[in-house]
Design a protein around this ligand. Structure first.
Ligand code: PLP
Length: 276
């Protein structure tokens, strides 16, 4: 079952106009919720970010956050989803193709579906490889918009080089990855790019920072360079599906001994303890 404009329908009943602005312009926003044991993890934070993203592009959501919360829950129950994700996207709706926002706003198109997904336990233990790429995105990366072409291109490059992620940088300053945030441990301090317009304020990023504080790991939300990252004690990704994922090699070179670091492991354990 899918969620389509407030109704729960089968795939064949989903019909989206050829004039939908999501299709023409990527004019819309989305969220990916993680489901553990039938429950949404950090639901409130995801809904609030959806609202922020919509507000940033002057899109009025067709339902209240409370209504969306209920719809996401029902979608999970209809699909008997135990572990996986819920994808939810809202576009500005259908209108004759023209760049300015149509006035009055057409009925937004809401689409939601679930996917089964188990935790990547093996990778969480052993860590993954990453590559570095220039960050060629726009200057509002804080908006979770449907415009993901640079992200897909970066991820494709990673795939071609048999790496899990692409770490993006602007003139040597590390921002975030194609679909996750990045953190490093340097002399015992956790460092990550500040949550400004250049990165998505990740929900898992916020969880990791909260856990670091609980574990008395000093936190510094300051940007770091590629060189600093390569010299770091530990590097890891944070994201809804990757959780707290160790990065052991970047551009083929090991980070320290090329193994999952101790602070990363502490954060992973704390993260796991908080799961439903
Ligand atoms: N940065 C980007 C570009 C992303 O696409 C994502 C998630 O998809 C993240 C960071 C991580 O955010 P979250 O922890 O909310 O999944």
């Amino acid at each position: 079952m899918l969620l389509f404009n407030g109704a729960f329908v089968n795939e064949k009943s989903v019909s989206i106009s050829y004039q939908d602005r999501g299709f023409h312009f990527g004019d819309g926003v989305y969220e990916v919720f993680r489901v553990y044991d039938h429950q949404v993890y950090e639901m409130e934070a995801h809904l609030q970010r959806l609202e922020q993203s919509a507000k940033a592009i002057q899109l009025s959501l067709p339902y209240s956050l409370k209504q969306l919360d209920g719809m996401v829950d029902r979608l999970i129950r209809f699909n008997r989803l135990q572990n996986g994700t819920v994808y939810l996207q809202v576009t500005r709706g259908a209108a004759p193709r023209n760049h300015p926002f149509p006035s009055p706003q057409p009925k937004p198109t809401l689409l939601g579906f679930t996917s089964r997904l188990e935790r990547p336990l093996e990778k969480l233990k052993k860590g993954v490889q990453a590559i570095t790429v220039p960050d060629i995105r726009w200057l509002r990366c804080d908006i979770k918009s449907l415009n993901l072409l640079p992200n897909t291109m970066a991820k494709q490059q990673a795939k071609e080089q048999e790496a899990e992620e692409a770490i993006q940088h602007r003139d040597g300053i590390v921002t975030e990855c194609s679909a996750s945030n990045i953190m490093m441990i340097q002399n015992g301090t956790l460092r990550t790019h500040p949550a400004n317009h250049l990165i998505l304020p990740g929900i898992t990023r916020a969880v990791a920072l909260r856990l670091a504080q609980e574990l008395n790991i000093p936190v510094s939300e300051t940007a770091f360079t590629l060189e600093e990252m390569m010299q770091a004690d530990e590097v890891f990704l944070t994201g809804t599906t990757v959780e707290i994922m160790p990065v052991t090699h970047i551009d083929g070179k090991p980070i320290r001994d090329g193994k999952t670091g101790p602070q990363t492991q502490l954060l992973q354990q704390a993260f796991e303890k908080n799961l439903p």
